[in-house]
Design a protein around this ligand. Structure first.
Ligand code: ZN
Length: 317
C-alpha cells in the first residue's frame, strides 16, 4: 500500500501534559507533537517555541495562567520551522527572540517552509486561518550567546553549533541545570533532519551534554526529568543521526542512487527506530538531506510544497 504523504494520515488528537520542572520551568508536551517550554521569572514569562497556530497557542496560555499571572514578555524561537513559530502572535510578546542565523533562514526560506509544513501536518495546524498573513519575524536577534535576567533568574540563550538547522538555539537555566533544547534533542520521536547538518550535529550534542542538564524539554516527546534520562535522550538522538548518515554515506560510496539508499537505510534503521513517533514521516526527508550532504550540497536545499510531494512519490513508488 502506498503510504500517505508525510503526516497527512496522522489525525488522532494527542494528550497534552503540562509538567512542572522547577518553580521557574514548565514543559508543555503532547505525545510526540512539538513541545513548548515555559520559563517563569521574577517579573515576566518567556515561552520557548510557540505551537503551530495562535489557536493552539491559546491552550498553552491557558496552562500558563493556571500557574502565574505574570506578563508573557518574551518568545524564543529555537529555530525557524513553521510548526513552532506561527503561533507567536497569540502571546503578544514584547520581544520575539531568535539567533541571527534563524532570522536569515526565515528571510531565505520562511515562505516556502510555511507552505510546505502546512501541507505536511494538517492536524498540527489546527485553525490555520488564525495565523496572521505573512511570516513571524524576530524583533531581537543575537549571535552565539545572549543572557536575559528575569529578575534574579538567569536565562542563557546559546548557539552550540549546527544540528537540526543552522540556527539552532537552546535556552539554559544554569542555576537549575534545566535545558530547553528545541529539536536538537528528541525523545521517543524520530529526528527530523530535512534541514540538518549531519556532519555537525553529533559534536553539537556533545556540547549540549557537557552542560550537565538534570532536566530537558526536548523538541518532541516527554520531558526528561533526571540526569540519566537527559543522557539517554541526547544519546538516542546522536545515535539516530550517526546511524542515518553512516548508512547513507555507505550507499553513496557504493554508487547507489537515492531510491536505493532510501530502501537500504529504511531497512537498516527500522528495527531500532521504527516504533518512534513520526518515523514514517521523517525518513524520506532525512535520507534525502543526508544524501545531499554526502554528495553535492553542504547546505540544505529549500523544501517547497511541490518538492516535498515529488520526493515522496519518487521514494515511495
Ligand atoms: Zn524543527
Amino acid at each position: 500500500m502506498r503510504k500517505a504523504f508525510a503526516s497527512q494520515a496522522d489525525l488522532e488528537e494527542k494528550k497534552v501534559s503540562f509538567i512542572k520542572l522547577s518553580d521557574n520551568a514548565y514543559a508543555y508536551t503532547a505525545e510526540g507533537d512539538p513541545n513548548t517550554g515555559v520559563i517563569v521569572g521574577d517579573d515576566a514569562v518567556m515561552v520557548l517555541d510557540t505551537q503551530a497556530t495562535p489557536a493552539m497557542a491559546e491552550d498553552v496560555i491557558r496552562r500558563i495562567r493556571e500557574v502565574t499571572d505574570k506578563p508573557i514578555k518574551y518568545v524564543l524561537l529555537t529555530h525557524y520551522h513553521a510548526v513552532r513559530v506561527l503561533g507567536a502572535s497569540a502571546y503578544r510578546p514584547q520581544q520575539i527572540i531568535a539567533s541571527q542565523d534563524t532570522r536569515d533562514l526565515i528571510v531565505e526560506r520562511g515562505e516556502q517552509d510555511k507552505a510546505s509544513e502546512i501541507g505536511r501536518f494538517p492536524r498540527l495546524f489546527r485553525d490555520v486561518e488564525s495565523v496572521p498573513a505573512g511570516l513571524t519575524w524576530p524583533t531581537l536577534t543575537f549571535t552565539g550567546k545572549m543572557t536575559l535576567w528575569l529578575g534574579k533568574l538567569e536565562v542563557q540563550l546559546l548557539q552550540l553549533g549546527r544540528g537540526h538547522t543552522k540556527g539552532d538555539t537552546v535556552a539554559w537555566l544554569p542555576q537549575q541545570k534545566i535545558l530547553f533544547s528545541g529539536d536538537l534533542v528528541e525523545y521517543g520521536a524520530t529526528v527530523y533532519a530535512g534541514d540538518a547538518y549531519f556532519s555537525d550535529w553529533p559534536a553539537t550534542l556533545d556540547r549540549v551534554e557537557a552542560l550537565g542538564a538534570k532536566a530537558i524539554v526536548p523538541g518532541r516527546g516527554a520531558a526528561l526529568t533526571d540526569a540519566a534520562m537527559c543522557k539517554e535522550g541526547i544519546a538516542s538522538t546522536r545515535a539516530f543521526v550517526q546511524d542515518m548518515f553512516a548508512s547513507v554515506r555507505k550507499g553513496v560510496a557504493q554508487g547507489h542512487d537515492l531510491k536505493r539508499v532510501f530502501a537500504d537505510t529504511d531497512a537498516a534503521l527500522r528495527p531500532r527506530y521504527g516504533q518512534q513517533f513520526i518515523y514514517e514521516h521523517c525518513m524520506p526527508f532525512d535520507v534525502s538531506r543526508a544524501y545531499d550532504e554526502a554528495t553535492a550540497h553542504r547546505d540544505p536545499r529549500i523544501w517547497t510544497a511541490e518538492r516535498d510531494k515529488d520526493m515522496w512519490a519518487s521514494l515511495q513508488s
